[in-house]
Write a protein that binds this ligand. Structure first.
Ligand SMILES: [Cu+2]
Ligand SMILES: [Zn+2]
Length: 189
């Protein structure tokens, strides 16, 4: 009888181990739902040391696309400036280098938005007007706000001193003139 009890106990333990990875607890499900329900994000850009570029970028999930709207000023008048999502939401370094390299979970080569196979963070170029300001809109399909497709929440955004020419490895865009962190937007505001 004792042997049978031991056997049943071990079977019960085995079944727990076999079934638990396939099903989420209620708490896990709530956690997943809390994240995937985030459909709007914002990054406020602050100038790096010695620069004056600043602004904000709003990201809105729309089906399997993300609409990006950037309002930025303090750029070089009439010039193009690269804008990328970088790997880390870490703006601690005065020169913006703490944001790491381009956000690239899929291991692609660098490219401009017209190139389908590119880093997830490759958002192309801002074209500054004669006052050094720009409103830039682009819709991309290679990221999500907080879904399973290259989620951007918590990552960084960098604006560069020069244009992104699409070249390898990172577009020859030069120094980092503004840096921000992508956070959950206050939609009610
Ligand atoms: Cu960059
Ligand atoms: Zn890139």
């Amino acid at each position: 009888m004792k042997t049978l009890t031991t056997l049943l106990a071990s079977l019960a333990i085995t079944s727990v181990y076999l079934t638990s990875p396939a099903s989420l607890s209620a708490a896990d499900t709530a956690h997943v739902n809390a994240w995937t329900s985030v459909t709007q994000a914002v990054a406020v850009l602050h100038p790096t040391a010695g620069n004056k570029c600043h602004g904000q970028i709003r990201f809105t999930q729309d089906g399997d696309s993300v609409k990006v709207i950037a309002l930025i000023e303090g750029l070089t008048p009439g010039q193009k400036h690269a804008i990328h999502i970088h790997q880390f939401g870490d703006s601690s370094a005065a020169d913006g280098m703490s944001a790491g390299g381009h956000y690239n979970p899929e291991g692609h080569q660098h490219g401009l938005p017209a190139t389908e196979q590119r880093h997830a963070g490759d958002l192309g170029n801002l074209q500054a007007d004669n006052d050094g300001k720009v409103k830039y809109e682009v819709t991309v399909k290679n990221i999500s706000i907080a879904g399973t497709k290259n989620p951007i929440i918590g990552r960084g955004v960098i604006v560069h001193a020069k244009a992104d020419d699409g070249g390898q490895p990172v577009g020859n865009a030069g120094a980092r003139i503004a840096c921000g962190v992508i956070g959950v937007a206050n939609v009610a505001k």
